[in-house]
Design a binder for this molecule. Structure first.
Ligand SMILES: [Zn+2]
Length: 74
């Protein structure tokens, strides 16, 4: 389940909540108990997985000759 950031429109408190995709209503503010909150889209929650797994398969290769079998360079 994704964690969304909310900001209370009454007192301005920022808080995070676990919400379901079907849950579109405002969540209750833990500070003042107000139900009037709006979701804040934080940019750092959109991480890409690129750059992971590129080194797989080449770890056993020889660093000197870039071959899997090192009969030439030892
Ligand atoms: Zn509040």
């Amino acid at each position: 389940m994704p964690i969304y950031e909310f900001r209370c429109s009454k007192c301005g408190e920022m808080f995070e909540e676990l919400v379901r995709a079907s849950d579109k209503g405002g969540v209750e503010c833990p500070e003042c108990g107000s139900g009037h909150s709006e979701r804040v889209i934080s940019s750092f929650s959109f991480k890409s997985d690129s750059g992971v797994g590129t080194a797989a398969g080449s770890s056993s290769a020889c660093g000197a000759c870039s071959k899997s079998s090192c009969s030439s360079c030892g």
